[in-house]
Every structure is written in C-alpha cells, then in structure tokens.
Design a protein around this ligand. Structure first.
Ligand code: ARG
Length: 464
C-alpha cells in the first residue's frame, strides 16, 4: 500500500499501488519542476501583495521554494512516485522545509491553473531555444550558399532533370523554410504567453486575487479572460506541435536530398567520416545515418500532433485528466526538434562536401537547357508554343542520334529555324542558362547575390 494521498480526508484508504503508478505523472512532469517553483513563487508573492497572507508568510514561501529549487539542482531532492505529480512534490517538500505556512501556498489556486502555467512557462523557454537552433541552421546554410553562388546543380521537377540552378539558390530555399519556421514560432509564442494562473479549478476563486500581478511577475503578455477556457485550453500546445511538425517536414525534405545526393547514382556530395557510419557486413558502405534518422524522427513529431488533436476533440469543459497526456508529446517533440536541428547543422557545417567537379559535369550532360532554346526563339519573335514544339522535335532527334543540344552544328540549328545564330551556343551553356533567370526570386546570379544579402540581415536580427 502506498502512503495516503494529499487530496482529503474524504478518502478512507490509499490508492491501489498499480493505480497510483497509472495515475502518477511525476516520472515525466518532473521536467516542469523549475517552472512550477517559479510559478508558485509568483503566486505566493501575489497572495502577500493582496493581503490574503501576511508579507512574512509570503517571504517564507518564496524563500522556501527557492530552497526546494536548490535542493533539486543539487540532487538532494528527488521526488518519487508517492508524490503523484510535480505540483504535490514541490508543495510537500516546501512544507517540510517551512512548516505549516507551506500549507498556505495552495490558497486560491488549483493544480489545473498551476499545470497550465507551468506548461506555458516551459514552452516559452523552449520556443526561444528552438528559434536559436533555427538561426544556427540558417547561418550554416547561408555560409555554404555564399561559397556556391556559381556552383551549378541540376534542378528537378518530378525528380527529372528540369533546369540547372545555382547551388546557393537551392540551399536558400531551405533557408526560407527555416525563416518561416522561425516566424511561425514567434507567432505561436504570442498565444503561449497568456496566463491561466488564477483561473482556479475552473470557476475562479472567492479570494481577492490579482491575476494581472502574477502575469506581470511571470512576464505573460496577458491573462485568459475566461476561467473555464484558461484551464482547459491546449490550443497553444497544438499550435506548437504543428510548428514543430513543419520544422520536421523541412528537415526531412533536406535529409531526403542529402541521402539522394550522397548515393552512387547522384554523387553530388561526399559524406565525411565524422557524420557517416559503416556497415557491419559490407566494407564498402558509408551510410547517411544522420539524415536518415532526422527523416525517421519526423514521424514521432507528427504523431504527437495527431495525439494532441485527438486528446482534445471530445473533451467536455473544463479540466479532465486526459490533459495530463499532453506533456510527454510536447517534451518529446521539443527534444526531437532540437536534436534534429543540431544534427543537421553539424552535418552541413562539417559532415559533407559538395563535389563541384561532378556537379559541373552533371549540368552539361542533359537537356535541361531545352527551355532556353525555346526562350531564344520566343525572344526573337517566334510564338512560344511554336518554339516549344520545334525544340521538342530537336530534342527527340538529338536523343535518337545520341547527341546533346550543344553538339548540334549551326546549320542544323538554322535548318530548324533561320533565326538561330552563333550566339545560340552561349545561350544554352549551363552558366548562361542559370545567369539568364534574372527574374525576382529566380536563380540568376544577380538575384541570388541579392537574396544572400537579404538573408544575412535576417539572421543577424535579435531572435525575439
Ligand atoms: N498532473 C496533472 C496534469 O498533468 C496536474 C493537474 C491535476 N489536476 C486534477 N484536477 N487532477 O494534468
């Protein structure tokens, strides 16, 4: 039999040990302990500020809570299963330290508004940290992109060679995704940063509390306007999980490309030994485990988003114990996103190298300059659709003859259309093909250089 619980004298006997274990969240919500202490300190100060307890009592509670924090940090206080959850654990230890006054801490509060406060304080911190990881990821993308403005790489649609690109342009696409992720988190933050403290169990409290005072102490932007909503809202968690899932989508797409690029079929990059592993049986293998793991870990974050949506969809107001299930998914998503961003940043910074020679060859060995022949004609007055059909024909005959467009004689071009002149060769050279796409946001070198400058200023901004 476990010790009798904190709830009340209403209970005659202790919980069944298996049910106590089933009910307890201490094994995971211990993650919230420092936030729980900070939230409780604000609550205690407010109780004193409003005269609900005396200033001395308030002082004792705040100092006692600080001692709990220190004991926890020094591993002297390690709550076990009998504590049920982190909130009871802290209150119990506080009371051991400060005596009966500790029993006043929970005046005008419920674990329902308390846990909501803790989770928001935790997420606020984590969002800031993830945004910092995103900035580092963006910075390494930018560092590499700056070295490769004029390195060309085949661009694909449908995974078929389409048009060549500046490698910097390709990398900057991921920079932009990360930029949106960074901004999205800022937006999510604004809805995480609302205080539910003082909503009580569900209906508010009979005490003359000051919710704005605690909100200010805890640096919340505002307070929930409705107590029922305050204790049972987890929209902010869903929004966070959604933002986390999108980060994973972006990392997973990049991972997929790195995996393809490192394959013998592409050979666009070499993986360095520091970020690749071998096979236990095939001595020639060098495996892209880092991007594979990132791609694989995407699933669990999506899963947590789905789980949270399902937890919420049938819940009547207000707090229900189902909500205890929000934490592990949030914690795991936070840890996964941070670990994946860190690993991808390291992989990019020191784990791979672009094979520029091979890339230069790759962009010359296909028909990805065909659009440029059509554009050449269209720029000289031939209607585009007509030009497109003509080029389709020449691609077909060249393929049959085992030739590329650059191998055609000027007479062959002129037979196709008299407007062709000697400058067609320059027009279809990969460098020119890329350079000519000078429309805003395009891959032309001038555009890419401009985009790099803008991107640099974006990452140099403060992160909040
Ligand atoms: N451990 C609980 C949770 O994580 C704390 C809130 C419990 N509230 C209650 N009414 N039983 O949700």
């Amino acid at each position: 039999m476990t010790e009798k619980q904190t709830w009340s004298q209403r209970f005659e006997s202790a919980l069944h040990p298996a049910i106590a274990r089933f009910n307890a969240s201490i094994s995971f919500d211990i993650e919230l302990i420092e936030y729980d202490i900070t939230g409780s300190q604000a609550h205690a100060k407010m109780l004193a500020h409003t005269g609900i307890i005396s200033p001395e009592e308030g002082e004792q509670l705040v100092t006692g809570l600080e001692q709990v924090r220190q004991e926890y940090r020094q591993r002297k206080f390690q709550p076990g299963i009998d504590a049920e959850d982190v909130h009871f654990a802290v209150e119990k230890r506080l009371t051991e330290i400060v005596g009966d006054v500790g029993k006043k801490l929970h005046t005008a509060r419920s674990r329902n508004d308390q846990v909501g406060t803790d989770t928001r304080l935790y997420l606020r911190d984590q969002i800031q940290q993830i945004r910092q990881y995103l900035r580092e990821f963006q910075t390494v993308l930018l560092d590499i992109a700056e070295q490769h403005v004029e390195t060309l790489i085949p661009g694909y649609t449908h995974l078929q060679r389409a048009q060549p690109l500046s490698l910097a342009h390709h990398l900057l696409a991921y920079f932009q995704m990360a930029q949106r992720d960074w901004e999205r988190l800022e937006d999510v933050y604004s809805r995480v940063n609302i205080s539910p403290l003082g909503c009580g169990a569900l209906a508010g409290t009979t005490f003359p509390i000051d919710r704005h005072y605690t909100a200010e102490l805890l640096k919340f932007d505002s307070v929930y306007a409705n107590s029922l909503d305050g204790v049972s809202d987890r929209d902010f968690a869903i929004e966070f999980l959604c933002a986390a899932s999108l980060i994973m989508v972006h990392l997973s797409r990049l991972s997929e490309e790195v995996i393809l690029w490192s394959s013998e079929e592409f050979r666009f990059i070499t993986l360095k030994d520091s970020c690749a592993t071998g096979s236990s049986i095939m001595p020639q293998k060098k495996n892209p485990d880092v991007p594979e793991l990132v791609r694989g870990k995407t699933g669990r974050v999506f899963g947590h988003l789905q789980a949270m949506l399902v937890i919420m969809k049938g819940l009547p107001l207000a707090y229900n114990k189902d909500l205890q299930e929000d934490k592990e998914g949030i914690f795991d998503s936070v840890n996964t996103v941070k670990a994946c961003l860190e690993a991808m940043t390291i992989l990019l910074r020191e784990g791979l190298e672009f094979r520029t020679q091979r890339l230069a060859e790759a962009v010359t060995e296909d028909f990805s300059n065909a659009t440029d022949v059509a554009d050449y004609l269209a720029a000289r007055g031939v209607p585009f659709r007509e030009a497109y059909n003509l080029v389709g024909k020449v691609v077909k005959t060249s393929m049959a003859a085992g030739k590329l467009l650059k191998d055609l004689q000027l007479e062959e071009w002129q037979q196709l259309h008299p407007v062709f002149a000697a400058d067609i060769y320059e027009a279809i050279s990969p460098r020119q093909v890329v350079s000519a796409r000078n429309s805003y946001g395009g891959t032309g070198f001038v555009q890419v250089r401009q985009a790099l400058i803008t991107a640099r200023t974006q990452v140099s901004h403060e992160y909040l």
